[in-house]
Design a protein around this ligand. Structure first.
Ligand code: ADP
Length: 318
């Protein structure tokens, strides 16, 4: 249920966290280790060819970054979640820190580092599709030392959620300290077998699966092939078609609710943040996935990544 104040109004996630019966001092259920970016979005009628200039819409800056997106998705649903990451010493860093704090994310391990905050340059074409360039900025400085400094925090959480907009060595180090690893292998890259071996689950979308497998088949066949790469379990997301789960108990398809999609940016991050939170709460993988597809579907109904992420009450009609 959504927490409400004495006047009946919905509380901000930060205030709701303060007022919980279990208190704000409880350890985090989940930790996200990952990127924090400012998404700079311009809409264009068509993309410029090399050497060409086109006029676009006004620039809109949204809070983004895969790590921050996952943390916000979980926090809005009610999670006690901390983000291990870095922002720069610039206006974007201040903007992003404020946005995360407003959503109730624990920022005790979000460092401010001299240098530029990560930025994603996003052009949205008339057809609604995105082209994105990520400039990592100080996300590239998130280090194994940062992981070591947060070792107690990481070890106390039930789930640590990871993606690949941070240096691979940092992700590998974080995975080593975690009780349970949820790993979204995005952007796709070759990763060591011992990282894959601790994923429970490995989460990828169809494009990432195709790159990893270099072959095509039905989604169930792809999920089975991904499982053969070594993770303990797999979740393959399928956009409007939901997801497929593969693990020791077999393969299960999980349909997504049908919605009018406006903007799919960050749907996978919303899905993964929700999934990690429910796994931290003790759900089995298929049950957690059935919840996460609703969160992913809710997130495509409005523009932006974090700006579109649902609260519990937004899921009631899905
Ligand atoms: P990514 O954002 O990484 O490309 P997907 O497109 O597979 O990942 O989306 C992740 C999840 O978000 C899906 O499993 C589904 O639950 C939900 N979702 C995405 N697009 C839609 C859509 N058009 N309609 C309903 N749900 C969607």
């Amino acid at each position: 249920m959504t927490a409400r104040g004495d006047d009946g109004k919905r509380l901000s996630p930060e205030d709701a966290r303060r007022q919980r019966p279990d208190g704000p001092e409880q350890p985090c259920e989940m930790i996200v280790v990952g990127s924090v970016n400012a998404d700079l979005v311009v809409r264009v009628d068509r993309r410029p060819r090399p050497g060409e200039t086109v006029i676009g819409s006004d620039l809109v800056t949204y809070p983004g970054g895969k790590g921050a997106n996952q943390a916000v998705a979980a926090a809005r649903l009610g999670a006690r979640v901390a983000l291990l990451g870095r922002v720069g010493s610039d206006g974007n860093g201040e903007f992003l820190r404020k946005a995360l704090a407003g959503d109730g994310v624990d920022l005790s391990h979000l460092a401010e580092t001299p240098g530029p905050t990560g930025v994603a340059l996003i052009t949205v074409g008339a057809d609604g599709d995105n082209s994105i360039i990520v400039s990592p900025g100080v996300n590239a400085l998130l280090s194994e030392d940062d992981v070591a400094a947060a070792a107690d925090l990481l070890a106390s959480a039930r789930v640590v959620s990871l993606q690949l907009e941070s240096p691979l060595a940092t992700v590998v180090a974080a995975a080593r300290t975690a009780a349970r690893v949820v790993f979204n292998l995005s952007p796709p890259a070759v990763v060591p077998d011992d990282l894959l071996a601790v994923c429970d689950p490995l989460v990828v979308n169809e494009h990432e699966a195709a790159l990893l497998l270099g072959e095509h088949g039905t989604p169930c066949q792809q999920a089975t092939a991904l499982l053969a790469l070594g993770p303990r379990s797999v979740v393959l997301t399928l956009g409007a078609d939901g997801a497929v789960v593969a693990g020791p108990d077999g393969v299960t398809t999980v349909p997504s609710p049908s919605v009018d999609a406006v903007d799919t940016t960050g749907a996978g991050d919303a899905f993964t943040g929700a999934l990690a939170w429910r796994l931290a709460g003790g759900d089995d993988l298929a049950t957690a996935t059935a919840f996460a597809v609703r969160v992913g579907a809710a997130s495509v109904r409005s523009p932006g990544a974090q700006s579109s992420y649902p609260y519990q009450e937004d899921l009631e009609t899905l």
